[in-house]
Design a protein around this ligand. Structure first.
Ligand SMILES: Cc1cc2nc3c(=O)[nH]c(=O)nc-3n(C[C@H](O)[C@H](O)[C@H](O)COP(=O)(O)OP(=O)(O)OC[C@H]3O[C@@H](n4cnc5c(N)ncnc54)[C@H](O)[C@@H]3O)c2cc1C
Length: 430
């Protein structure tokens, strides 16, 4: 059976109605079986159904139970390592194609929300906040690079007190204002995609965990309910929650815990004092803070990382201290909800898309490295294109490098923790 609920969070408490879907009871055939009911799986399923494929989607828990129903909701511009770094790996022409795909990813959200009337508080306007002067120098370069790639949204570097018009905090010396990035309520977007996919003919099953995959020209997926799905194509969309189902995929992503706290709905004047333009904000550190006002004016404050499956001790206290350091005006506020989940990161912080299996008919997308709110939409779309026989855009992602995490199954988490400690120390330098 599925977990009775999504994890307790502000998002779950403010979720739009979406009925519990049945578990798979009988074995079925389909053109495509999608495994995982987050943004990636739903995007692939919806695009495939719109192209006329019969699609069965299996979700182990509830739709949006994983990272898609818990995340910060930030719709970011481009990729985690930066398009200039990507250009060094894949060359200018491929980098331009990847840039254009990342911009299309934002358009997909815009269009889906409008076309299907998805009620998810979508809004645009973003600040990349600089804690240090050297961050501002990076931002000047980013602005130049994004312009070179044809970025058309409002983009400017603000310095000194000017940043307070966007984020009224003593913590920042400036920032990059990005009118083309934004925020949404992730669980409601996810449930909206699920309703749209279902209306397009996708058969959704919750509480149905795939336990074994038998490869072949027709793939058989066994589930914990005893029923199986047989399909010529499979889309693996489990990301950081994949577990050991396909060890080959797991070796290229690392689940990293990150956490969010939500205050009560703040009085309007206090909410506007913190974030006057209702901008969504992330700082420029490697281990970053990310925050914004919710639709009902709570402060949703995200940050902190963990490399084990254990919640860090005194998480609400730690998160609250981070928030008050940024916004001293919230010193009397506590969190009504604190929750966390796993982000799937790759060694190079590039999304990992590809095909696996003897017949290369098992497609997968994972490891968006903190940029998945937007990039999952384009990942699902290009997977659907590839299954329909047009693989050029899907293959563009295949040119990105994806190293194995060092340290093997048992040591890779401690090795990553050590590496991240080094980056965290670098964050603390002036
Ligand atoms: C706290 C937090 C904050 C984040 N903030 C941001 C942000 O602000 N911006 C951003 O861009 N990204 C952010 N991310 C990352 C973003 O949420 C992910 O990149 C994105 O949601 C990935 O979607 P997905 O569909 O690939 O995976 P998921 O949403 O994790 O879905 C995978 C699903 O697969 C299911 N599953 C696993 N195994 C099986 C199985 N064997 N059988 C059937 N089903 C299975 C799981 O139950 C799960 O529901 C954040 C993540 C977290 C956790």
């Amino acid at each position: 059976m599925p977990s009775a609920n999504h994890v307790e969070s502000y998002y779950a408490a403010s979720a739009n109605a979406f009925s519990v879907q049945p578990a798979l009871q009988e074995s079925v055939n389909a053109d495509v079986c999608v495994v995982g009911g987050g943004f990636t799986g739903l995007s692939a399923a919806l695009n495939l159904a719109e192209r006329g494929f019969s699609v069965v989607l299996l979700e182990a828990e509830r739709i949006g139970w994983g990272a898609s129903g818990r995340n910060g909701g930030h719709i970011g511009t481009e990729y985690n390592p930066g398009i200039d770094r990507i250009e060094q790996w894949v060359g200018r022409a491929n980098a331009q194609l990847l840039w254009d795909l990342s911009e299309e990813a934002k358009d997909i959200i815009r269009q889906r929300v409008t076309k299907h009337s998805i009620d998810c508080d979508l809004r645009w306007g973003y600040l990349h906040a600089a804690e240090k002067r050297r961050h501002l120098a990076d931002m000047d370069e980013t602005l130049e690079t994004w312009r070179r790639y044809g970025y058309r949204a409002e983009l400017k570097v603000v310095r000194g007190a000017e940043v307070r018009a966007y984020c009224n905090s003593p913590a920042y010396v400036g920032g990059l204002v990005d009118g083309g990035a934004g925020w949404l309520h992730p669980l409601n977007y996810c449930l909206g995609l699920a309703a749209t996919a279902q209306a397009a003919g996708v058969k959704l099953f919750e509480g149905t965990r795939v336990t074994r995959i038998e490869e072949g020209s027709k793939v058989t997926l066994d589930t914990d309910n005893g029923a199986a799905v047989t399909a010529p194509f499979v889309v693996m969309a489990c990301n950081a929650y994949l577990g050991d189902l396909i060890p080959k995929l797991r070796r290229r992503i690392m689940p990293v815990g990150t956490y969010i706290g939500a205050t009560r709905p703040l009085p309007k004047a206090l909410a506007e004092d913190c974030l006057p333009t209702n901008a969504t904000v992330a700082d420029h550190n490697f281990v970053l803070n990310y925050f914004q006002r919710s639709g009902d004016d709570r402060m949703l404050f995200g940050g902190g990382v963990s490399y084990t499956t254990l919640m860090p001790p005194n998480l609400p206290g730690v998160m609250r201290r981070k928030m008050v350091k940024v916004f001293p005006q919230l010193r009397d506020e506590t969190f009504e909800y604190v929750w966390g989940g796993y982000v799937g990161i790759t060694v190079e912080r590039t999304p990992h898309l590809g095909r696996t299996g003897q017949q290369k008919n098992i497609y997968f997308a994972q490891g968006y490295s903190g940029q998945g709110v937007a990039l999952t939409g384009i990942a699902g779309k290009v997977i659907a294109e590839a299954i329909a026989g047009q693989a050029e855009r899907f293959d563009a992602f295949g040119k990105l490098p994806h190293s194995l995490f060092p340290g093997g199954k048992w040591l890779r988490a401690p090795v990553l923790a050590l590496a991240m400690t080094w980056y965290r120390l670098r964050d603390l330098l002036p």
